[in-house]
Design a protein around this ligand. Sequence first.
Ligand code: KIV
Length: 283
Amino acid sequence: MPKKGVLELTEMKRAGQKITWLTAYDYPTASFEQAAGVDMILVGDSLGMCVYGYPGTVPVTMDQCIVHSEAVRRAAPDCFVVGDMPFMSYQASDEEAVHNAGRFLKEAAVDAIKLEGGVRVVSRVRAILDAGIVVCGHIGLTPQSSGQLGGHKAQGRTLESARLVVEDARALAEAGVQLLLLEAVPPEVAAFITEELPIPVLGIGAGEAVDGQLLIVSDVLGTFQAFTPKFVKKYADLAGVATSALTEYVNDVRAGRFPEEQHCYRMLEGEHDRFLEFTKQTV
Ligand code: KIV
């Protein structure tokens, strides 16, 4: 499938074709996603929990994000890859935000960056856009500031909260973001924003009316087991498959069932006799 850019993704919105988006953090997973025909890949800072075992996304560094983005880019040259700006890579100043967004493009050749926040990150968004970088906004539940939100809670469930989400969406669209992600927002609010904005609006836990869906691949494949958000649909239990395969290996080794003849490199014809001679001489 030819690689899509922002224009093609926007055309998909106009044509009513749903955009498919998954996270990936490594080469094999990204290659499976490209083979499955996924349109977009997010190298999310969720790698903190899904790959490194941190309790959240806050400890994730720019260097970690770059290394994982490079691997994903190599595996999926035909997918639209989005690099996720980790905590404190853009919060301090416009200059730092532009520098770190630029690293994603220069070092990992991603197609766009994503950063969390609405009205309060408009200046950062403008600065990154001015550097010629495609920006995806991320509002609703924003995990990097979940402390301020009172935890990992859905946003926009009251009129007051929904108004804030709509204001954030409008501020980002006005600033010029080319893509917008809504996380854990009621379908009613997501439908309104999707209808109002001309840019592709994607959702994770935002119902079916958005222009496309994002899920975390570790939830989809069942490799992340700490918790499962309500919006997840699990398509496989790779943790179960992997654990039972590894248990079988452990049992085979302990019982002498592995390795078998087919797993051995025997000596070449006649070499064993020569080797026996050699062992006698050395004794
Ligand atoms: O890091 C990530 O995977 C994300 C999603 C939770 C939206 O930002």
